[in-house]
Design a protein around this ligand. Structure first.
Ligand code: AMP
Length: 250
C-alpha cells in the first residue's frame, strides 16, 4: 500500500506573526518557514506504518513554491521514500489542495492519504474532509491513535466528549492530531540520504487541477494589544465595583 502524506510549508510556529503595513496579508518576507507541525506528525505516522509492514511506500507531497523542496527534504529525512512538489507561488486553498491530492491519489493508486488536521497558517481544518468527500473514501479526522489490520485501519479520534475509535475500510483519508505521536529528529546520515531520494515536480495543470484562488482575502489585522491587568486585594465589593466600571457586569 502506498501512503500519500501532505506537507505544507508554513510560517515557523515560534515566529511572531506580523501583518503587512497595508493589511493585505501576513508578512512572510525574511521569516523562518517550517513544515506544518501536524504534517510532521502525519509523516511520522506514515513512516511507522511502513516500518510495521502495513505500507510499502510513503510519498510526501507539497503544493507550494520552489522553497517547499526544503520541507519535502525534511519529510524524506524522516523516512519518506520519495516526494512530489506541485509548484505554486500563491497561497493555496483547501478545495484546490484536496483536488490535487485526489488526482495524485488516483495517479499513484494510493491506499491511504495522511494529512495534518489543520495548517497552522490558515487554520482551515478542511482539506482532509474535502478530500474524503471528493474521493468517496472514509475519513478518520483528528487521529490520536492508529492500528492497521489487513483491509482496515482503526483510528482513535479526539472528540469533544473524549476518545472515539472508528474502523475505516481502506482506501481512506486520515488527519493527524497533536497526540498521535512524537515525530523523530532526522539524524545527520538520514538528512544526507534524503538529498539523494527522488523529488519530482508535477504541474497542477497536468493533473487537471486549477489552483487559482476562489476566495478573496479582504484584509488582515493584528489582534488588539492586551491591556495590563490590575490586582484587587481589598474586598469582593471592590471587585464588583471594578467589574461595573469596566462594563463587564451591569
Ligand atoms: P487546512 O485544511 O488548510 O487546515 O490543511 C489541512 C492539511 O492539508 C494540512 O495539515 C496539510 O497536511 C494539507 N495541506 C494543506 N495545504 C497544503 C499544501 N499547500 N501542500 C501540502 N499539503 C497541504
Amino acid at each position: 500500500m502506498k501512503i500519500l502524506v501532505g506537507v505544507k510549508r508554513v510560517l515557523d510556529h515560534n515566529v511572531k506573526v506580523r501583518v503587512r503595513a497595508d493589511g493585505s496579508a501576513v508578512d512572510l518576507d525574511n521569516v523562518k518557514m517550517a513544515i506544518n507541525p501536524f504534517d510532521e506528525i502525519a509523516v511520522e505516522a506514515a513512516v511507522r506504518l511502513r516500518e510495521a509492514g502495513a505500507a510499502t511506500e510513503v510519498i510526501a507531497v507539497s503544493i507550494g513554491p520552489e522553497k517547499a523542496q526544503d520541507t519535502l527534504r525534511q519529510a524524506l529525512a524522516m523516512g519518506a521514500d520519495r516526494a512530489i512538489l506541485v509548484p505554486h507561488t500563491e497561497a493555496t486553498e483547501p478545495l484546490s489542495v484536496a483536488k490535487t491530492f485526489k488526482a495524485l491519489a488516483e495517479k499513484e493508486g494510493a491506499g491511504l492519504v495522511m494529512l495534518g488536521k489543520q495548517a497552522i497558517d490558515d487554520d482551515c481544518n478542511q482539506t482532509g474532509q474535502m478530500l474524503a468527500a471528493l474521493l468517496g473514501w472514509p475519513q478518520g479526522t483528528f487521529a490520536s491513535g492508529l492500528a492497521a489490520s489487513g483491509e482496515q485501519i482503526e483510528v482513535t479520534r479526539e472528540v469533544d466528549g473524549g476518545l472515539e475509535t472508528v474502523a475505516l475500510n481502506l482506501p481512506a483519508v486520515i488527519t493527524a492530531d497533536l497526540r498521535l505521536n512524537e515525530p523523530r529528529f532526522a539524524s545527520l546520515p538520514a538528512i544526507m540520504k534524503a538529498k539523494k531520494k527522488p523529488l519530482d515536480s508535477i504541474d497542477a495543470a497536468s493533473l487537471g487541477v486549477d489552483l487559482s484562488p476562489r476566495l478573496e482575502l479582504v484584509g488582515v489585522v493584528e489582534p488588539p494589544a492586551r491591556t495590563n491587568g490590575s490586582v484587587l486585594v481589598a474586598s469582593a465589593a471592590e471587585l464588583v465595583e471594578k467589574l461595573k466600571q469596566d462594563a463587564a457586569i451591569a
